[in-house]
Design a protein around this ligand. Sequence first.
Ligand code: FAD
Length: 353
Amino acid sequence: MKPIAGIIGGGVVGAHIALALASRFSVFLIEKNQKLGQETSTRNSGVLHAGIYYPQNSFKARFCVEGNALSREFFLKYDIPFKSTGKYIIARNTDEEAELELLFENATRNGVPTMQRLSLKKFKNEFPFINACAAIFSGSTGILDAGEYMRALSALLDRANVEVLKCCTARRITDGPIIETDRGDLEVDVAINAAGLYADDIAKSSGIHEYEIIPLKGDYLTTRSISLEVPIYPVPNRAHGTLGIHLTPTFSSEVLIGPTEVPGVQKNDYDIRTPVGVFYNSLASMIETSFISNIKLHEGYSGNRPRAYCNGKRCDDFIILENPAEVIHLIGIESPGLTSAPAIARYVESLLR
Ligand SMILES: Cc1cc2nc3c(=O)[nH]c(=O)nc-3n(C[C@H](O)[C@H](O)[C@H](O)COP(=O)(O)OP(=O)(O)OC[C@H]3O[C@@H](n4cnc5c(N)ncnc54)[C@H](O)[C@@H]3O)c2cc1C
């Protein structure tokens, strides 16, 4: 008989971990919602990141670069919608130009493939409506359809005989390990906490008290007034530690504008709370003035970044803890978690060998 693995959280990370463990373990995937991936995994920009931004040797850098390659193979193998669009990052003034150069060097250190410095003339020819004084191009960035991705993962979990317990809320992990849920206790050989925004609550229930997740909301609006095939990002917003409000094409004719940064919300607050003026101001900083008046904005959606703090100090990296060895906690899996998921899963599987 195979040993039993219990995974709390059926987002993209928990689903990939379940698939990675399915050949060695009888896997139970516990998800409180009716479907997999209804929280952060489908409330994001849908961008397969390249690994440009993160400090060298961090989990984020390592798993993003590896996850980008693994995700591409996965999408191809299982026919999951993906477009290898590349992405532009623009500078709007000389300070940002210096920042852009630092990003380029960081990407090179992280082993990000196909980065290019661009001639401004070429960029301006292609994007006359964008306000930029310099731009770099990342060839390994792409866009995916997160809803389709989660549906495909669900089908693969069925095929791999993973027991998916939907509408089942895990309460705590106790010694054994035992995962206590609102539908009874599950005695397991290994327990994995991949509960996203609630990973701190599960960690606390098993005696790890120093981590707190304080959500940082990101709202999106959409527009059909801009035609765009390639995401365009500003340099990151250092004050908030986010990538800044960007323009991202989707699989429809809509372009996403966002995400914003709204602190002080509840974990389950998915209402759009950013005043529309914030979106227009942000567009005004990226788009030539003459184009702005033609842009009509529509309601999009909202996602909450699972920002982790350790004893009050912000954690810059993903936290992966084995405590004790048969209980693994994944805390603060914010961006680039969608990209990193298959690499995180591979790492977690290696910890259990
Ligand atoms: C605004 C925004 C934009 C982003 N953009 C990108 C991007 O473009 N590219 C990228 O790579 N990353 C991006 N990310 C990050 C990415 O979306 C996340 O890192 C990733 O989705 C995390 O997946 P997860 O499975 O850890 O979490 P989740 O998707 O939150 O999954 C956790 C699951 O656990 C379940 N759960 C929680 N508690 C319990 C419990 N007690 N019992 C049972 N089930 C429970 C939840 O219902 C949920 O389904 C973005 C995030 C945000 C917020």
